[in-house]
Design a protein around this ligand. Sequence first.
Ligand SMILES: [Zn+2]
Ligand SMILES: [Zn+2]
Length: 190
Amino acid sequence: MTGGGTSRLILGLVEMGEPIPRFPEIRDRLSRHLRRYLGPLEIRELRASLPEDAYSEARGQYLGKALLERLTEVDGRCHRIVGLTREDLYEPGLNFIFGLARVNGREAVVSVARLLDEDRDRYLERVVKEVTHELGHTFGLEHCDDPRCVMSFSSTVMHVDRKSPNFCDRCAQTLLKRVRRWWLERCRKE
Ligand SMILES: [Zn+2]
Ligand SMILES: [Zn+2]
């Protein structure tokens, strides 16, 4: 079995490097949550190595962009690919980033390094929020001024906790349009 035709969006969830704590629970939560916005969804669990040359000894972090690059090599049959890593990520000019995505593209990456928490629910919720946020970017959404909206920009984990895992009405409308357009384009192609 390959592809899956037009019936559902296939999301690759990729463990990059060290195993991600509670990976199956993350997958299940994401699956329930994202369906509301993306429609029929299949999540495929995948694995990939980290691009070791993207590690900065001085910073103790990986260059986020390099992880996106690595993900382009992963299973071409997924419509969207989200990498999860335990490593802390950075971009030039920023101390760290929670995640990164190709705007209107296929790949996104989220680091759980700063999302980990003894409280299982809090941790899972944080990961769901950041993955949802980055996936929003892959459908062309930009940052939102509504601090409760999942598309609001988070510079600290406190911000992550403050926002909801949901899109505000305006972002949800935009996303719906983009997702619809995406489905139509897929149907035409297949
Ligand atoms: Zn963002
Ligand atoms: Zn919004």
